[in-house]
Design a protein around this ligand. Sequence first.
Ligand code: ATP
Length: 436
Amino acid sequence: MKDLVSKIVALAKRRGIVFQNSEIYGGVQGFYDYGPIGSLMKLNWKNLWWTDNVVNRADVVGIDGSIITHPTVWQASGHVKNFGDILVECKNCHKRFRPDLIDNAKKCPECGGQFTDARSYNILFKTEIGVIEGEKMRAYLRGEACQNIYLNFKNVVDSSRVKIPFGIAQIGKAFRNEITPKNFLYRTREFEQWDIQYFVEATQMDKWYDYWKQQRMDWYQGLFNSKADLRFRQHLKDELAFYAKKAFDIEYNAPWGWAEMEGIHWRADYDLTQHSKFSGKDLSYLDQTTNKKYIPHIVETSGGVDRSFFFLLLDAYQEQTMDNGETRIYLKINPKIAAYKVAVFPLASNKPELVDTASNIYQTLQKSFSVDFDDSSNIGKKYRRQDEIGTPWCLVVDFQTLDDQTVTLRHRDTTKQTRVKINSLSKWLTKNLSNF
Ligand code: ATP
């Protein structure tokens, strides 16, 4: 599907998943807002990551760091000097391009003009701390979320009972003044990252690197429909940071080609050593059993929340031709991520006995599930809406309900319907959501 991206963008707007930021002012490139449905889905996506990587693991703890840090952090990390894109500029239309993203073309792909020599542009967002002229301090919005983890390494060791090997995880915003934001949520200027920094003893790096590489791939494969659209890409020697023995990306087979979703990085002792140097504080770890003191080495898994969410939507989008020739669009998304687990409708909106019964069911189910209620008039439209936001089950109260206390439940992917007793609904849904 060549125009799949535009279909997703249209669906996201139509159904309140994602909107262009500041749309009424013509929009601003590289910024997006999540709508009523999208904010629920994104929260579910993040909660799933947090539950699997922090809550359900004894060896990983979480933090929630601030977006602005001491500016020296970005000197120590190398971002002030090196965080940029190498770009060429067209002498004619003045558009700038990253040579590798235009197949190292010699002429401008937009107008055929000549290029300038390549130059480096820093993509850290600058800001100022303080309001009094002359006393303001230059600061940066964090270009990657993980720096807060290194900054708090000692605080976490001193305040909790973690022992190496252990991880610190965080979900948080990062900002990059990307020169060419594009492909919807894929390359934006404000986005969220989910990171795990796993601290180990140097000799254990290979073992933990392989563990996390596989662990992260298994996690994504368990949640995407098409496992064949996920792969590893190993970084070439000349792409590697000087301290990295190896690096792999988990890539998704996007409509424009294979694209990075998450990086599994060998960061060695680089980050803690740099921050020790720049801060003058000792960031080493004392192993209480061996009495050995050392700077831990780090395996990092760093993924984009919005980027992977977009890939999830691409993976979930389905079009089905119905018997009547119409096309049904539905999102085949894991129920754990769907905004609503079930949508409750009365068959007819002008029959108070149906509306009241549906409303009672809605109120009961809402105590245990995320449920939508829709008593608008057209049942076809109601199904279409829920299909397009990926609601696994639609529950309809009809005239038979009034006789035998059963309702119909319609499966999102097959559209097959079954009748279920009202008093066993909670149990039935719990079972059928986990087996979906
Ligand atoms: P890219 O090569 O695509 O610019 P990167 O290698 O610079 O990405 P990292 O610094 O490793 O990315 O960041 C970790 C993750 O954060 C990426 O795998 C991606 O999912 C996400 N990410 C990075 N930049 C952006 C962006 N501009 N918009 C959305 N997500 C991003």
